[in-house]
Design a protein around this ligand. Structure first.
Ligand code: NAD
Ligand code: 89V
Length: 345
């Protein structure tokens, strides 16, 4: 990939604003936003105007035919991911697609195999493990501070009104596991390793939601570790710490706990150290989203650098397939009330 890289963004809705800001910040890495696309002309034009992008399109095929694009970032909703990714990969364009990777595992497999066959880099914008406190935990684990974790809890529980910014979520038939489960399952894999089998129970606690809004999963990891992995948009907690992920990890030498408000406690052989890895509020960001927003920049930067180095991103299609396989297994387990082994690619 050249030093200067032309990036195009597809989908200019609610969350794409963070991507557009991130790519603008990544001008320092040679990124130039060359085109945006949204079937809603007013959104495409607003994105072009606000982010100084020379071209706005309402049709992906037309954009692909006319523009020279070095990297394409798909930030539409899940129902369009497969169709769009198959097109961008067929054109040989390195591609990033927002989570959830696909609607089901079949979608994820089709996209992953198409990219592999074409030799085109494909990654999923799975940003939770790139949040600053979570990056710090990754670093501590790599340093072996608590040894290999044998037990964990990954928990995202809220009743923040997500329906205000993302009204479509109320109508999702596969809801919280596809929307949030992908994040918490990914964090569980990143910290505790691949999953041997899992069990899950789902609930629909807020009648506003069409699909399940609560999922409680228990994972047995291949190395013997066990984790509780929880997500809900129907919690009843005071205070509600949206959009924070709370984490507990225990290893042979101690524990790492990410408490509310990004307070991190590292206990090693009885001695507790406290840190506060909360990212700054970027000039275009706002609380309570600031840590998620900074992670969007970190995720885009990580994937860009991996693509440039010709390496698989930590959140490559192959990697995220394994996360989605856990989500698919969770839906199957909730239905069958049996432990399910995540499918391999
Ligand atoms: P949105 O509905 O606000 O935006 C999607 C945009 O895509 C809309 O403007 C729509 O007009 C456009 N679009 C639809 N079909 C298109 C097509 N064929 N070609 C071009 N544009 C098309 O949705 P959103 O809330 O921004 O969500 C987008 C994605 O981001 C979802 O996959 C969602 O799960 C994800 N998301 C991720 C995070 C995170 O933290 N990682 C947070 C929120 C949303
Ligand atoms: O889609 C998402 O990732 C969002 C969240 C609130 C977690 O950012 O729903």
């Amino acid at each position: 990939m050249a030093d200067r890289i032309g990036v195009a963004v597809v989908g200019c809705g609610f969350f794409a604003q963070n991507h557009l800001n991130a790519w603008r910040d990544l001008k320092r890495e040679g990124v130039e936003l060359v085109a945006v696309c949204d079937i809603d002309k007013s959104k495409a034009e607003a994105a072009a105007r606000n982010f100084n992008v020379p071209k706005a399109y309402t049709d992906l095929d037309e954009m692909l035919a006319r523009e020279k694009i070095g990297l394409i970032d798909v930030v539409t909703r899940v129902e369009t991911h497969k169709e769009q990714v198959l097109k961008t990969v067929a054109k040989g364009i390195p591609t990033i697609v927002q989570k959830p990777f696909g609607f089901d595992l079949g979608d994820c497999r089709a996209m992953t195999l198409a990219a592999k066959k074409a030799g085109v880099p494909l990654a999923v914008h799975e940003n939770f493990r790139f949040q600053l406190p979570l990056r710090r935990i990754t670093e501590l684990l790599r340093q072996g501070v608590i040894g290999e974790p044998s037990w964990g809890r990954i928990s995202f529980r809220t009743d923040y009104d997500i329906y205000k910014g993302q009204p479509y979520l109320a109508n999702e038939t596969r809801f919280v596991i596809n929307d949030l489960g992908v994040h918490v399952c990914d964090v569980a894999r990143a910290y505790l390793g691949e999953v041997e089998h899992l069990t899950a129970e789902t609930q629909r606690r807020n009648p506003k939601a069409k699909g399940e809004d609560t999922a409680t999963m228990m994972m047995k990891h291949k190395n013997g570790a066990v984790s509780m992995v929880e997500c809900t948009y129907g919690a009843h907690l005071v205070p509600d710490v949206f959009p924070q992920t709370l984490i507990e990890l225990e290893g042979p030498k101690g524990s790492i706990i990410l408490n509310a408000n990004y307070d991190l406690e590292i206990a090693v052989e009885g001695k507790v150290t406290r840190e506060h890895p909360e990212s700054d509020v970027l000039p275009w960001a706002a609380k309570p989203w600031h840590v998620v927003q900074e992670s969007v920049v970190a995720t885009c930067e990580h994937i860009l650098k991996a693509f440039r180095a010709g390496k698989a991103a930590d959140v490559s299609a192959e990697d995220n397939f394994k996360t989605f396989a856990c989500c698919e297994a969770a839906y199957q387990s909730a239905e069958s009330h049996k432990a399910v082994k995540p499918e391999a690619l």
